[in-house]
Design a protein. Structure first.
Length: 118
């Protein structure tokens, strides 16, 4: 089973940028649809961006045009580039993997905290 580990979170001012990393082990990540999720206190965990094995990407409306998901197959890693950050982007960010884009997401890591100050 794929195992994932997130990193790259931190504290940033509104308008700033961060790049999150999701490193996979145990399986070849390129065989999975990769998803970045976030969960703010008191709210449900939402899908922010996903990257299909074909290379096509989907984004939540709230981050479209500001966030970019990408993959480095040589490093077995998926990234989330976040620009023009807003206070409402503050959340715990997780990555997960969906084998061949079917079924449930697995491999959840511990998450990485992103805090955007106003």
């Amino acid at each position: 089973q794929v195992q994932l580990a997130e990193s790259g979170g931190g504290l940033v001012q509104a308008g700033g940028s961060l790049r999150l990393s999701c490193a996979a082990s145990g399986r070849t990540f390129s065989n999975y649809r990769a998803g970045w999720f976030r969960q703010a206190p008191g709210k449900e965990r939402d899908l922010v961006a996903s990257l299909w094995t074909s290379g096509s990407a989907d984004y939540a409306d709230s981050v479209k045009g500001r966030f970019t998901i990408s993959r480095d197959n040589a490093k077995n890693t998926v990234y989330l580039e976040m620009n023009r950050l807003k206070p409402e982007d503050t959340a715990l960010y997780y990555c997960a993997a969906q084998f061949l884009g079917v079924g449930t997401y697995t491999g959840w890591g511990q998450g990485t905290q992103v805090t955007v100050s106003s």
